[in-house]
Write a protein that binds this ligand. Structure first.
Ligand SMILES: Cc1cc2nc3c(=O)[nH]c(=O)nc-3n(C[C@H](O)[C@H](O)[C@H](O)COP(=O)(O)O)c2cc1C
Length: 181
């Protein structure tokens, strides 16, 4: 049983959320991160993400920063680099979704980071879930948004704690062993 967390992160905030979710999930999984074959949680940047999801993956999480009310594009990532981001502009979650081979029955949950401004619309979690369903991941659903204080971050107070707790909840929801009959 493997959980794959694919993330895009220009300034590192979405990556920090991905890692916190993984920590929460690993804590909750019955065998922990067991190299002997128990459940594992793999956190992978989108630049290195497989376009064929391995067969042992039973839950896919996809996280991205919100750019221009949606998933990033090459030009918005270049804009981020101009603003000091260390991330790569070449490929983001939008382009990865265009290339990944769909698995229609695989549970997929998206998440994003966004600036916490009242009434500011748009969420990469929403648009990536829609794009994944359109691509053929019929069970893709929108998950949480996590707040940052500005374009470069930092993550708002307690968002890492909230991400860990969400990881625990997701593991309970998706990965609990079926009750014995
Ligand atoms: C070009 C650009 C456009 C952005 N547009 C939005 C936006 O529409 N809504 C929003 O909430 N945040 C927006 N942001 C802020 C990003 O969401 C923020 O940089 C991101 O959450 C940080 O995550 P990262 O560190 O993983 O890159 C934008 C950032 C950049 C660089």
């Amino acid at each position: 049983m493997t959980v794959l967390i694919v993330h895009e992160s220009m300034f590192g905030n979405t990556q920090a959320i991905a890692e916190a979710i993984a920590e929460g999930m690993t804590k909750e999984l019955p065998c922990g991160d067991d190299p002997a074959g128990g459940p594992v949680v793999r956190v992978v940047p989108v630049t290195a993400a497989p376009t064929e999801i391995p067969d042992d993956v039973s839950l896919l999480l996809v996280g991205a920063p919100t750019h221009a009310f949606s998933m990033s594009r090459e030009r918005t990532r270049q804009d981020a680099v101009r603003q000091g981001a260390a991330g790569e502009a070449a490929i983001g979650v939008r382009e990865w979704i265009d290339r990944v081979v769909p698995r229609s029955e695989l549970p997929v949950v998206t998440f994003d980071t966004r600036v916490h401004v009242r009434l500011l619309p748009g969420s990469a979690a929403k648009t990536s879930a829609n794009a994944l369903r359109h691509r053929g991941f019929h069970r893709a659903e929108r998950g949480e948004s996590f707040w940052v204080g500005g374009v470069a971050g930092p993550l708002s107070h307690d968002e890492v704690v909230r991400a860990r707790a969400w990881g625990v909840a997701l593991a309970g929801q998706h990965l609990s062993p079926a009750p014995a009959s």
